[in-house]
Design a protein around this ligand. Structure first.
Ligand SMILES: CC(C)(COP(=O)(O)OP(=O)(O)OC[C@H]1O[C@@H](n2cnc3c(N)ncnc32)[C@H](O)[C@@H]1OP(=O)(O)O)[C@@H](O)C(=O)NCCC(=O)NCCS
Length: 227
């Protein structure tokens, strides 16, 4: 399979998501690939090494390609001081990667932020559950048949990572896994209640999930609401 190429574009309720294939080895990204980025992104990428370089480039290619689906040409999206891609105010977008794939979601912002996360199906490690889940979520998980519990945990984990990315521009601090409670339905959405330790908000939080090409993709869209 050719690498650094779009694997898919999907229209989702939160925006266009594009996935880009990544090489399995951390070889330096070829100049021909770097030239598809904005010049400042390419300069930034040249300072990175190994898989970090591969993933950064894949994420930026996915961002550009998703934006192009909406008829938008992005200026250089360098990381901001907290690690998020810096985007023009009219654009909402987010990036996630795994070893051989990078995904990005892009939408018109309309006053909202986006977070996206991609997860692969890995062997179960249920011991992490208390670190990720609040007591009510743990209880809901334990009520499921044992064979369904790991996926239910990964789903909540992924939605929380998406929440982290979407809420960061508002709170600008580390948000812990116990600061959100997630209750997924069976139709690709989840109810989210925030328990932010500094009482920020209120926020309207919309969470979605889907299995796309064998991987879990979650996204969260957040807007501030009137108190
Ligand atoms: C920041 C964090 C969410 C990134 O997730 P990850 O699984 O490590 O990595 P992913 O590949 O999914 O995402 C990496 C991308 O996240 C984005 N990102 C990093 N920091 C970010 C921030 N503060 N805000 C928004 N996006 C951010 C970047 O685009 C980065 O890719 P890039 O550097 O190539 O641009 C994760 O490292 C973390 O700290 N998680 C713990 C906190 C948490 O999830 N709390 C739950 C709150 S309910």
């Amino acid at each position: 399979m050719s690498v650094y190429q779009p694997l898919y574009h999907h229209a989702t309720p939160h925006g266009v998501v594009t996935a880009v294939s990544l090489p399995e080895t951390p070889s330096p990204v070829p100049d021909a690939v770097l030239s598809r980025l904005a010049p400042q992104e390419a300069e930034f990428a040249k300072e990175l090494r190994g898989f970090r370089q591969v993933q950064f480039v894949g994420g930026r290619l996915a961002l550009r390609s998703a934006a192009a689906q909406l008829g938008m040409k992005l200026p250089a999206a360098l990381p901001d001081e907290r690690g998020a891609p810096k985007l023009p105010p009219r654009v909402a977008g987010s990036v996630s990667h795994k070893r051989t794939i990078a995904v990005a979601m892009v939408a018109r912002a309309n006053g909202r932020t986006l977070g996206v996360d991609v997860e692969e199906y890995l062997p179960a490690r249920m011991s992490i559950a208390p670190k990720i889940l609040r007591p009510a979520e743990l209880e809901a998980l334990q009520a499921l048949p044992e064979e369904n519990q790991w996926l239910a945990l990964v789903l909540r984990f992924s939605i929380k990572e998406s929440i982290y990315k979407a809420i960061d521009p508002y709170v600008k601090r580390y948000v812990g896994f116990h600061e959100a409670e997630v209750d997924p339905d069976l139709e690709g959405a989840a109810r989210v209640s925030l328990h932010l330790k500094n009482g920020e908000g209120p926020f309207e939080v919309d969470a979605r999930y889907a299995w796309l090409e064998g991987r879990l993709l979650t996204s969260v869209r957040i807007a501030p609401t009137m108190a």
